[in-house]
Ligand binder design. Structure first.
Ligand code: AMP
Length: 179
């Protein structure tokens, strides 16, 4: 498992972006560091290597980068949860609230089969609204969520608690206190 202090040191914090009061945890610095990026993805691959699951659900947009590597390395189908209006075929949609604003998440209606076990991935859990919306879409289509995995958890924003209460186990590689 990647060392938490090492991982946190690879993530840039940008204060007051995109709005005053937000501490934005910028993972582009992690993506620019091949050694750190490899240890993040290796940690996730190791975690799910011996787990039986059917699909990886990746969240728009930084979750796509993680989902893509996992899907390739583990030979598992990749599902894209996209922001409204991007998917071309029949979709199901779920509105949700963000730390800063509101949004709608969509997924193709035929992408999850009844009983499919799904692992969700995103870069960061703040309020948990995005992953919860993805979880609701998985359930609406008859699938079940094995776990929601993120690089970063911000526990003080309550997202991991909200997800746990909704029956979605959470896994993260590091945590930042406060917001
Ligand atoms: P939430 O739905 O509140 O858990 O927000 C999670 C989504 O918003 C993730 O896709 C993150 O990329 C993004 N996000 C929310 N808050 C932050 C933050 N403080 N720093 C970086 N990304 C964030």
């Amino acid at each position: 498992m990647v060392d938490e202090a090492y991982l946190k040191a690879q993530i840039r914090t940008v204060s007051d972006w995109p709005e005053p009061g937000i501490q934005f945890r910028d993972v582009t610095t992690l993506f620019e560091n091949p050694k750190a990026w490899r240890s993040v993805m290796d940690s996730l691959i190791h975690r799910y290597m011996d787990v039986e699951f059917d699909r990886i659900g990746a969240l728009d947009a930084r979750g796509f980068l993680m989902g893509s590597v996992l899907s390739y390395a583990m030979s598992k189908p990749l599902i894209l949860f996209r922001k409204k209006g991007k998917l071309p075929y029949n979709t199901v949609a779920q509105d949700y609230e963000l730390e800063y604003g509101k949004a709608t998440l969509e997924v193709h209606a035929d992408t999850i089969k009844k009983g499919d076990k799904v692992i969700l991935v995103d870069d960061l859990i703040a309020t948990g609204g995005t992953l919860l919306a993805a979880g609701q879409l998985v359930r609406q289509l008859g699938g079940q969520i094995l776990e929601a995995a993120a690089i970063i958890n911000l526990p003080d924003l309550g997202g991991s608690k909200t997800l746990n209460e909704a029956g979605i186990p959470v896994f993260s590689l590091c945590e930042f206190e406060g917001d």
